[in-house]
Ligand binder design. Structure first.
Ligand code: ASP
Ligand code: MG
Length: 452
């Protein structure tokens, strides 16, 4: 058994849906379970309709809803569903539309919406996409079974960012899928949505479909989880800077988490955790480029002894606080005092480098420096630098590589490097540069580590 999850951009048109159906069919012998996001940006559009509704402009809100409904109906038309399945699609989608109309009208009358109702609205994005996709599979001779995630994915009551309750969900998941896979039909389910123990619809937070895929995959101990989107996989660098960035074929979970933290466009590490904990391989594939081999993420690669840099990431808009002790504190007292102040102000550091009497701390946070600096200046001289960036090299065991720092400094000899530090995890090496040097820095490093 495998789980195949497709993101919104992989099913954004009738042509894209045909293509995805082909991808799924090819894997039929592996007993795929299909998890779908909402088509394209339907979730954003539902949110927009709600935002218009709460201003009291009912007609405008319903016009937004009409667009969403028409978009799906048009795709259904283009997919030329066979009569029986066309009727099922029309009847069910009409019901979805009617309920959305009621919810939006209500929000508009109240000029407000409860989070509970918001979840009901948002869930329809995934309901439309899975309805359409399952009807299309059936209508082209591939038996599929549309299932309802709210029946097996049980969550807390934190509407719009509910947490799954695995001990409740897992038995339901096992029962549901063992039955339907046994039928020989391909199960098609909604990502992102679930329900509370008493049945109210919930959502797992934006981008939550990967989470659903990982929860189902872990509960069923599937052989593989495939996350399909519109990127070839995890890349060696930001493709907007490095046009020919390469796909990283294998990554540990720690490496992927580190990259995600630095804003690389990979999946959210928390969302794949249930699967990683059970050591289920997670593949990232591109539905628009099926020939690309993708990236494979696993908890650990036991044979990984390569001291290589896997990827280069960066974070813009960094501020650096520089502090020098003005009193004769012991070094550790000084550090303790500094971190006490930061803690109180909930300032989370991205990078820290220290010497006997001075300390530099990099933050991504943009506001709140005034009060912090006031307090710190009671025992330290303080300065703040802005328009900085953190560049981060990621790779397990990379730091065992001989002369790594030497290579970096040699490569960047024209660039002003402010702080060098290992981040909180052992799989990265980070340093601070001026924001304006990002492109130059990433290009030079990429040249040395990947194309040189
Ligand atoms: N459709 C939801 C969203 O856009 C969930 C997902 O795409 O993963 O956030
Ligand atoms: Mg989406």
């Amino acid at each position: 058994m495998i789980v195949m999850k497709f993101g919104g951009s992989s099913i954004d048109s009738s042509q894209a849906i045909r293509n995805v159906a082909g991808i799924v069919r090819k894997k039929r012998n592996r007993q795929p379970i299909v998890v779908l996001s909402a088509c394209n940006d339907t979730t954003d559009n539902l949110e927009l309709a709600v935002n218009v509704a709460v201003t009291g402009e009912t007609d405008k809100a319903l016009a937004e809803l009409d667009k969403i409904y028409e978009y799906h109906r048009q795709m259904a038309g283009e997919l030329q569903l066979e009569n029986h399945w066309e009727k099922i699609f029309n009847d069910k989608s009409r019901k979805y539309y009617e309920e959305l109309k009621i919810l939006l009208t209500g929000a508009s009358m109240l000029r407000d919406i409860a989070k509970k109702s918001m979840d009901r609205v948002l869930a329809f994005g995934e309901r439309f996409s899975t309805l359409l996709f399952s009807c299309y599979l059936n209508s082209t001779g591939t038996p599929a079974q549309l299932l309802d995630s709210t029946e097996f994915l049980k969550t807390t009551e934190q509407h719009t960012s509910a947490q799954p309750i695995l001990e409740e969900s897992n038995p339901h998941i096992e029962r549901t899928f063992n039955n339907s896979v046994g039928d020989g039909k391909i199960p098609v389910v909604q990502g992102f949505i679930g329900s509370t123990l008493d049945g109210a619809v919930t959502t797992l937070g934006r981008g939550g479909s990967d989470f659903t895929a990982s929860i189902i995959g872990a509960a069923l101990q599937v052989e593989d989880i495939e996350i399909w989107s519109d990127v070839d996989g995890v890349l060696t660098a930001d493709p907007t800077i490095i046009e020919h960035a390469k796909v990283v074929d294998r990554m540990s979970f720690r490496e992927a988490s580190e990259l995600a933290y630095f804003g690389a466009r990979v999946l959210h590490p928390d969302s794949i955790l249930p699967a990683v904990e059970r050591d289920i391989p997670i593949h990232i594939y591109n539905s628009r480029n099926v020939d690309s081999s993708g990236s494979l993420i696993r908890a650990e690669f036991p044979d990984n002894n390569h001291t290589v840099v896997k990827s280069i990431a960066y974070k813009e808009a960094i501020n650096v606080l520089n502090l020098t002790s003005t009193r004769m504190f012991q070094a550790h007292d000084f550090l303790r005092k500094v971190f006490e102040v930061l803690d109180r102000h909930e300032m989370v550091a991205d990078l820290v480098s220290t010497s006997e009497v001075s300390i530099s701390i990099a933050f991504h946070r943009q506001t709140g420096y005034h009060a912090v600096m006031d307090e710190l200046s009671k025992f330290a001289s303080v300065s703040l630098e802005s328009s900085k960036a953190i560049v981060c090299l990621v790779g397990e065991k990379m730091r065992a590589r001989k002369g790594l720092l030497g290579t970096i400094f040699q490569t960047l000899d024209q660039i002003n490097v402010n702080m060098v530090a290992q981040g909180a995890s052992e799989v990265n090496l980070s340093f601070v540069i001026d924001e304006k040097d990002i492109e130059r820095t990433v290009k030079k490093l990429h040249q040395v580590f990947f194309t040189g």
